[in-house]
Write a protein that binds this ligand. Structure first.
Ligand SMILES: [Zn+2]
Length: 416
């Protein structure tokens, strides 16, 4: 989910260049909002990737660091045609011999249909007889991510665009010389630009602040120094008997908040959902609009004889940024507000007192804690595909960008 907005900025530049030639035909429109908010990971650096791009002269560059293109499914849906979305974003496959680029004999570059990254050149195209466009090598190993794919009862190596993670196809070891590899592509994953027109697909090559490295895969953000939060002074004591209680916390994208609380001692269940807001619009699409009043949150079911509300709250406060109003990392909007939804007076007391306690320290670099303490008026579980998202999608770019730091902080917080 969640757009990486500096990705969008690069995307806009590319889109602008492409729009002229309509290489980018896929019914998409340039994003109009938020494009000037630089996307930052929580460590403060935009999420980057090292790849080869086409420069303004239409020449392939050496590997350079550029911002990743990271958009929500909704944004991709707006930008891509349905068949492109099915293949690039949902890892679909087009029928053999049906792709529009299978018999393309022109000389030029094959670009990612999602983000415009050059992926293959006609010089490496060959007729594999399989019914899908085939190449024996990409324009640079940096531009392709390879991942083991065990779906459909087979072990294959999936190939994806290194800048937007769009699904392209698979690579097999039965290709021709000189590489012996066969990169098997879906036409819908690609757009073609003639050598003579390559200039039009060129982009501003960013000035490199440091020598580009040869890393070819997305590098997750470096974990920040972990801040050790004190234990809450006014916590409720552990219950004497086993039982069940609920805690509802909102700290930005619920995928990661759920991931943080999953598996903690005393936590029986974590459900992603929407807190408060208009009950009639408690669904992801509506909540993304930002005007439903909901907050993306998790409902934690825990055993109060094993873990206290205050300790859970401490993990919550220590693994998200409680100082940014209506925003968390790259996500902006009231649905990403930092909030605690109390279900009884005891929880309210612990929450207010701990926030006061933390506010008196300089643990958050002297920034004001803006975490709201609100009564829980309604909790609406999110759609099934949002549940256990981190567990089920560990390599999803958003998860890779944000979870390592959160888990590192959680580890520190669980030490005492
Ligand atoms: Zn791409």
């Amino acid at each position: 989910m969640k757009s990486t907005l500096s990705g969008l900025r690069v995307f806009l530049v590319i889109l602008g260049a492409f729009a002229m030639l309509r290489v980018f035909a896929p019914g998409g429109q340039a994003p109009v909002h938020g494009a000037d908010n630089a996307a930052k990971t929580e460590s403060g650096s935009a999420s980057m990737v090292t790849v080869r791009v086409l420069d303004k002269e239409g020449k392939l560059t050496e590997p350079v660091k550029v911002a990743r293109v990271e958009l929500s499914d909704l944004e991709w849906q707006k930008r891509l045609q349905p068949e492109q979305f099915r293949i690039l974003r949902a890892k679909g496959t087009e029928r053999a011999f049906c792709g529009t680029l299978l018999d393309n004999k022109k000389h030029g570059y094959y670009l990612c249909a999602g983000c415009g990254l050059p992926l293959f050149h006609s010089g490496a195209k060959f007729n594999s007889g399989t019914g899908w466009p085939s190449f024996f090598q990409p324009v640079g190993k940096e531009n392709i991510i390879e991942e083991r794919d065990t779906s459909h009862g087979m072990v294959r190596v999936e190939i994806m665009c290194a800048r937007c993670d769009g699904h392209l196809g698979h690579v097999f070891e039965d290709g021709p010389a000189p590489t012996g590899l066969r990169y098997c592509l879906n036409s819908e994953s690609l757009t073609f630009v003639d050598d003579a027109d390559a200039k039009s697909a060129g982009e501003e090559v960013p000035v490199q602040t440091a020598a580009a490295t040869s890393e070819s895969k997305f590098t997750p953000a470096e974990p920040k120094v972990v801040t050790r939060l004190p234990l809450p002074k006014d916590d409720t004591p552990l219950a004497t008997e086993t039982g069940e209680a609920k805690a509802v916390f909102a700290g930005g994208c619920f995928w990661c908040t759920e991931g943080v609380f999953d598996g903690i001692d005393g936590v029986k269940d974590v459900t992603s959902g929407y807190a408060n807001g208009d009950p009639a619009r408690a669904n992801y699409e509506a909540v993304c609009e930002g005007d439903t009043g909901h907050a993306e949150c998790v409902q934690i079911t825990y055993d109060p004889s094993k873990v206290t509300y205050g300790r859970l709250m401490r993990i919550f406060m220590g693994t998200h940024n409680p100082t940014t109003m209506n925003a968390q990392g790259p996500d902006h909007g009231t649905q990403y507000r930092s909030a605690i939804f109390y279900t009884n007076e005891d929880q309210k007391k612990v929450a207010e007192s701990y926030i006061q306690e933390l506010s008196a320290t300089s643990l958050f670099n002297g920034k004001k804690i803006v975490t709201a303490v609100e009564p829980l008026k309604g909790f609406y579980p999110a759609e099934d595909y949002h549940q256990d998202f981190v567990k089920l999608n560990p390599s999803y770019p958003y998860v890779r960008a944000h979870m390592p730091e959160k888990m590192k902080k959680r580890e520190e917080l669980l030490k005492e």
